[in-house]
Design a protein around this ligand. Structure first.
Ligand code: ATP
Ligand code: MG
Length: 563
């Protein structure tokens, strides 16, 4: 491709409000343009990268036996009602009504449609299957941001495994795990596989692939001395024991005027109310059910854990008036002692604790001497605590790290939820009916592209890894009016193109400085600069983008210097 004829609209300045490096650079380097919040056009350079990502994914998923489909992006509401997700997906699902008055959804994911297709399978002999597609997804994200990292319309490779047994699912899951590692390695990404929450998908095992980056929206907990790696939404850690008295008298009410926080109570009553001797009483509406959630005073609730535990779709903190009406006090003086008409969920760190302090459900009053087992009607115990940096690993006691990551891929064991809902039932070898055991596996294409840029750029621009670069090499002509230069450039262009390289020939009538800066910005891994002076002795400059090192090499040796 000749640069003079290519559409590569590079910009001098960063776009407004673009903080993420990938957003700034993909926009400035002419790879993407925003149509509206969360909707981006891929310009020719962006599309070249996207196609390579697409091809690598297809090669690796085909390599584990995948068969490519292409499903509709718009689905009838009935399908989503069958699985129960018409309600569950809430505002994140785009919905529209057609001229006949029927409800439709724009697909956020395709478990329902694939399970519906799988309902045509009747015998175990037709299993296992591995089905996939590379298709547009629509999600009305609350906060589209960071260029193509979080958008409302994006391309996903989504695959679905179909097996007769859970053992079969385990095998397909492991094969996917391997394929994902190869895919991200070929993208040039260091993607770490971490334990994850399954969220609204349902299912059991769930692993996310995370790329370390401050532009990420997930927090990851890792142990430096063992294999423990988990999303913060799921992570646990050791909780050192606190020693309590062997027995305590009845709870006793004491006045705490104006005291509303854990810290203030600890300051005012240091002998009895250190934060780890307090019960923090949080109040939530879980699908409309008023629920008390108890944490140790110095521990934070991880909301996703609460959501995973209860399966609640609509999770929100209760409002002051709702709380006052049911408990008789306002936040700051709340507690669960004596509460019997609302569900109480407590974090495991409170189990068997004695001599604690909690709110008395009367403004400006607290209770001391609380024995959790004796005084509180806990309905459910669970791990709800959010891990903090530098806590100890539950596996080997190592000091935990906490870092931000971009989720580029996610694999889950779905089980039989969707096959049961859609009637994907087969006869096993004994003629018994069994729901198909499913797995589901996703990778975001544009987010992967952006993650590559986050992981691989410098002040001058993008540095594309070899397998996903839009071009392998740019030939920059100095003095494009010099005939010998033009001829040498054309010759090299043809030689490299014939050898299978993708070459961009910068024949624009621009100053060398502009050409160099543009080549650096768009991030092509190698630049060959041809000018009249070098030509006299048959050499060109060879610049490696990642290091910006330049050497002189004979023109005929250029191909040998490329990977
Ligand atoms: P997130 O927690 O970031 O919203 P998710 O858990 O909703 O992601 P999945 O439903 O597992 O994501 O989708 C699979 C993959 O699709 C993700 O790993 C990611 O690469 C991509 N993806 C999901 N949502 C978006 C989005 N809004 N914009 C771009 N890519 C996305
Ligand atoms: Mg999401």
């Amino acid at each position: 491709m000749r640069w003079s004829q290519a559409y590569i609209p590079t910009l001098r300045d960063d776009p407004a409000n673009a903080e993420a490096a990938s957003h700034r650079l993909l926009q400035r380097a002419g790879f993407i343009r925003q149509l509206s919040a969360g909707h981006y056009s891929m310009l020719p350079l962006g599309q070249r990268v996207r196609r390579k990502i697409d091809r690598i994914i297809r090669q690796e998923i085909d390599g584990i036996g995948g068969q490519q489909f292409h499903l509709p992006a718009m689905h009838p509401a009935e399908l989503w009602k069958k699985s129960g997700r018409w309600e569950i997906m809430g505002e994140e699902m785009f919905r529209l009504v057609d001229r006949k008055g029927s409800d439709n959804a724009l697909g956020m994911t395709h478990e329902e449609v694939f399970a519906e297709l799988a309902s045509e399978i009747s015998s175990y002999k037709q299993l296992p299957q591995l089905w996939y597609q590379i298709q547009t997804k629509f999600r009305d994200e609350p906060r589209p941001k960071s260029g193509v990292l979080r958008v409302r319309e994006f391309t996903m490779k989504d695959s679905y495994s179909l097996d007769l047994t859970w053992e079969g699912l385990d095998e397909q899951f492991d094969r996917h795990h391997g394929a994902y590692q190869r895919i991200f390695e070929r993208f040039g990404l260091e993607a770490v596989d971490v334990e994850a929450s399954s969220g609204a998908m349902g299912g059991s095992d769930s692993v996310e692939f995370m790329v370390r980056s401050d532009a990420g929206e997930d927090w990851i907990v890792t142990c430096p001395t063992c294999d423990y790696r988990a999303n913060l939404e799921r992570a646990t850690s050791q909780v050192p024991d606190v020693s309590d008295p062997a027995s305590v008298p009845e709870p006793q009410q004491f006045a705490t005027p104006e005291i509303r926080t854990i810290a203030a109570l600890a300051d005012a009553f240091p002998d009895i109310a250190a934060p780890d001797r307090q019960i923090k009483t949080l109040v939530y509406m879980l699908d409309g059910t008023f629920t008390l959630v108890l944490m140790r005073g110095d521990h934070a609730l991880q909301e996703q854990k609460l959501q995973d535990l209860t399966g609640a779709v609509d999770v929100r903190a209760a409002q002051a008036d709702e709380i006052r009406q049911r408990l008789g006090a306002l936040p700051g003086s709340l507690g669960a002692v004596g509460v019997t008409d609302h569900p109480i969920i407590a974090d495991e760190a409170l189990k068997d604790r004695r001599g604690l302090v909690t709110g008395a459900n009367e403004d400006d009053w607290h209770l001391s001497n609380v024995d959790v087992a004796r005084d509180i009607a806990v309905g459910e115990w669970a791990d709800l605590r959010e891990v903090q940096e530098r806590e100890r690993c539950i596996v080997d006691g190592g000091t935990l790290d906490l870092w931000k990551g971009i989720e580029v891929g996610h694999i889950f064991k779905l089980g039989t939820k969707y096959s049961e809902a859609m009637g994907a039932i087969v006869q096993d070898e004994h003629g018994e009916s069994k729901p198909i055991v499913m797995g589901s596996y996703g990778i975001g294409l544009e987010r992967s592209m952006a993650a590559v840029v986050e992981a691989s750029h410098d002040d001058g621009g993008i540095i594309w890894p070899w397998e996903v670069t839009p071009f392998h090499v740019v030939i920059t002509l100095l003095r494009q009016q010099d005939e010998a230069v033009v001829e040498a450039g054309d010759r090299l262009y043809e030689e490299l193109t014939d050898a299978g390289y993708e070459v961009l020939l910068d024949d624009r009538a621009e100053r060398p400085g502009v050409k160099f800066a543009d080549a650096e910005l768009i991030g092509v891994p190698y630049r060959v600069t041809i000018g009249p002076r070098g030509l006299e002795s048959g050499v060109a400059e060879f610049t490696t983008r990642s290091t910006m090192e330049t050497t002189e090499i004979p023109l005929e040796a250029v191909a040998a210097h490329l990977p």
